[in-house]
Design a protein around this ligand. Sequence first.
Ligand code: HEM
Length: 442
Amino acid sequence: MPIVGLVPSFAWAQMSSASMALRTSAPSTRVVLRSLLGTRSLTTMGMARGSKMNVRDFAYTTWLKFLPILEDSGGETQNTHGIDIYSVFMAATMDFIAAYIFGLKNGTDFLGDKAFRDHFLELYKARNDYGYYDQEMPRLTKLCRKLGIPLCPEWADEANEKLGKWFQRLCTKMEHAVDSHHLPIGPLDQPIVWDSLINGLRNEETKRGKASVLYPTALSNFKLSVASELFDHVLAGQETAGLALTYLAWRLSQSFELQEQLRAELLSLSPNMRLTENSTPTMPDSKQLDGLPLLHAVLTETLRLHAPIPGAQPRQTPESGCQIGAYTVPGGVRVAALGYTLHRDEAVFPEPNKWDHTRWLPSHSDEETLKQRNRQFWAFSSGGRMCIGSHFAMHEMKLIVAAIYSNYTSHIVDDDGMENQSDGYTSRPEKERLFLRFKKAA
Ligand code: HEM
């Protein structure tokens, strides 16, 4: 069905005028930008460009930083209160995506720098409930700001500004590294997404110049647009995956039996991620990891019941109108589907409010039932505006879960607020924390 995405950019609206222009411009702008990134799957971007890097390599370095944190959570001093794994997952997913965009050296170190990570999360939290006006009524919101009657509280605007500046600093650092030919040369330091976007935009400029649909926005505000687009990726990729990992760790921590089954499956990998004394960590084969049915089932079920983005994904019907199921809808109408409701359709997911990973296991359901469930699985949306990072995210999350549960058992210390997922564009645990303790698995 030729329905177009209505909101051209992700939830980030306040960073700059260029960002605003990108968000409110014709959907085709966004479509061209997507195609400039060279691929629908960020996971294969490095490979497609002839590089030997992939998500697995970044995972290795993330894993090295992750280990001492987990070790510490089971140590003597932490035994009573464990660690806030929500904050740790938010850090891991930020380091992951930033490394993929800028390369390891020019990325972030949220895992290593807890103080800055907490500061970032505070800023992020402060502005998070106020995306609506900029997103839905950008002109009115801008006008009200100018007139001194802001629709969002000042602190939210300030937090947005600080976050925007932080990200622009990362971009400026990257530009300097490129301009001064001081790009680090290690394979993990290649700025994969950065390079793809810059090269794509330059090609577009050379080929189409002023005739390009990107000319009034991205090409006229080159630097700001690159920063804005990449910031979208960082924000889209960090919180979502961090949330899913938090809910998955919570669910797994409720059943040691399930943890045991998962560990047995993970250790069947060759090589697997089990740490032995004095050995350097090993990484599994990506295809093998992806093919593990139990790992896939627990993750998919978590994304179903605790979808990080459960709400409406708006689309606009084409001018000629269109048919949606039994309905004939006129042109220019705003329509939306919601992961939340699709994932709670009793006909497809019996007892929909129950977390039950077995509904995704080929050993528990016939092929047709599984097909139907997969069709209705909408955590990453679908169609032309589907999540650009879905494969990246699945692989990243599987690697992180495999690294942890090959080696540790997790135990709930304090899960107050986990039952209540907030209502918003992204949906978080009410208290935005989860304290777990990790112990070395036998
Ligand atoms: C569990 C992890 C993730 C979930 C649940 C998720 C979910 C989504 C959803 C529901 C959308 C909206 C699509 C629509 O408008 O229909 C989206 C868009 C997007 N996602 Fe993800 N995402 C995840 C991870 C990532 C990652 C890791 C990246 C980057 C590497 C990323 C980049 C994006 C971008 C750039 C868009 C905007 C696409 C566009 O406007 O065309 N996402 N994501």
